[in-house]
Design a protein around this ligand. Structure first.
Ligand SMILES: NC(=O)c1ccc[n+]([C@@H]2O[C@H](COP(=O)([O-])OP(=O)(O)OC[C@H]3O[C@@H](n4cnc5c(N)ncnc54)[C@H](OP(=O)(O)O)[C@@H]3O)[C@@H](O)[C@H]2O)c1
Length: 221
C-alpha cells in the first residue's frame, strides 16, 4: 500500500488525514510535537508516530534521520499556526517560520523520499486567507501574509519539481471545525479531508502548482 506522511497529525485536519488514509489501508506516518500525548493519533492504531517540531532544527534533523530513505508517496505539510492578530514582530517571524519556511525546507529535504515513491505527490495546507486576489479581509495580517508567502514558495517548488515527476498541490481546506477554525466553522474535518483527498487523487504533473479548495474549485492567488 502507499505511504503518506502528514505533519501536525495529532489533532485537527492532520489527525483526520491520518484517520482516513489509515482506514483505507495506507501506511501512515504522522508527526507530532509531543508523541507521548498524541492520544487520538495513537488510538488509530496502525500509524507510525514521529516526533517533529518544524520550528526546531534539531527536531527536524532527528525526524529526517528517523525517516531515513523510506519512500513516501504523498507528503502533506499540514502543521500550522494562526499567529496573533496584533502586529507583533516576534510572532510574525515565528508564524513565518512555521507556516512558510518550514514547509518549504521540509519539501526540499524530503524530496528524495517523495521521488522514491510511486505516486510522487506533495501538498501544503494553505488557506484562502492567503489569497491576495480575494483579499478583502482586514484582520490576521500575520497569518494572511504567511500563507500568501507559502503559496508563492510552493508555486515555485511545483515548477522546480515538474521535471522530477513530482506533483505539488496548494490546498485550501475550507473553514474547518478544529481548534484553529473554531466551533462556528462551516464544515467538519471529515468533509474537508474527504474533499482534499479527492483533489489529491486527481493530482498529477499536468495539474501541478494549482491553488485548489477542498471542493475542487480553483482559487485566485
Ligand atoms: N481550520 C481551518 O478553518 C483552516 C482553514 C484554512 C487553513 N487551515 C490550515 O490547516 C492546517 C491545519 O489546521 P488545523 O485547523 O487542523 O489547526 P489545529 O487544530 O490548530 O492543529 C494545528 C496542528 O499543527 C501543529 N503544529 C503547530 N505548530 C507546530 C510546529 N512548530 N511543529 C509541528 N507541528 C506544529 C499542531 O501541533 P500541537 O498540537 O503540538 O500544537 C497541530 O497538530 C494549518 O496549516 C492551518 O493554517 C485551517
Amino acid at each position: 500500500m502507499p505511504t503518506i506522511l502528514v505533519t501536525g497529525a495529532n489533532r485537527g485536519i492532520g489527525l483526520e488525514f491520518a484517520k482516513q488514509y489509515a482506514s483505507d489501508g495506507w501506511s501512515v506516518i504522522g508527526t507530532a510535537r509531543e508523541p507521548d500525548s498524541a492520544e487520538e493519533l495513537k488510538a488509530i492504531g496502525a500509524v507510525e508516530i514521529l516526533q517533529l517540531d518544524v520550528a526546531d532544527a534539531d527536531s527536524v534533523d532527528a525526524f529526517a534521520d528517523a525517516l531515513g530513505d523510506r519512500p513516501v508517496d504523498l507528503f502533506i505539510n499540514n502543521a500550522g499556526v494562526y499567529g496573533s492578530d496584533d502586529l507583533d514582530r516576534d510572532d510574525w517571524l515565528k508564524t513565518f517560520e512555521i507556516n512558510t519556511i518550514a514547509p518549504t525546507l521540509l519539501a526540499e529535504r524530503l524530496k528524495p523520499n517523495v521521488a522514491a515513491g510511486d505516486q510522487k505527490k506533495m501538498a501544503v495546507i494553505s488557506s484562502m486567507m492567503g489569497s491576495i486576489g480575494d483579499g478583502n479581509g482586514s484582520n490576521a495580517i500575520i497569518y494572511r501574509s504567511s500563507k500568501a508567502a507559502v503559496n508563492a514558495a510552493w508555486k515555485a517548488l511545483s515548477n522546480r519539481y515538474r521535471d522530477d515527476g513530482i506533483a505539488v498541490a496548494i490546498l485550501h481546506p475550507g473553514w474547518v471545525q478544529t481548534d484553529m477554525g473554531g466551533p462556528n466553522a462551516t464544515i467538519d474535518p471529515e468533509t474537508s479531508v474527504s474533499g482534499m483527498r479527492a483533489v489529491l487523487d486527481g493530482l498529477s504533473v499536468r495539474s501541478t502548482g494549482r491553488f485548489t479548495a477542498y471542493d475542487g474549485s480553483q482559487l485566485p492567488w
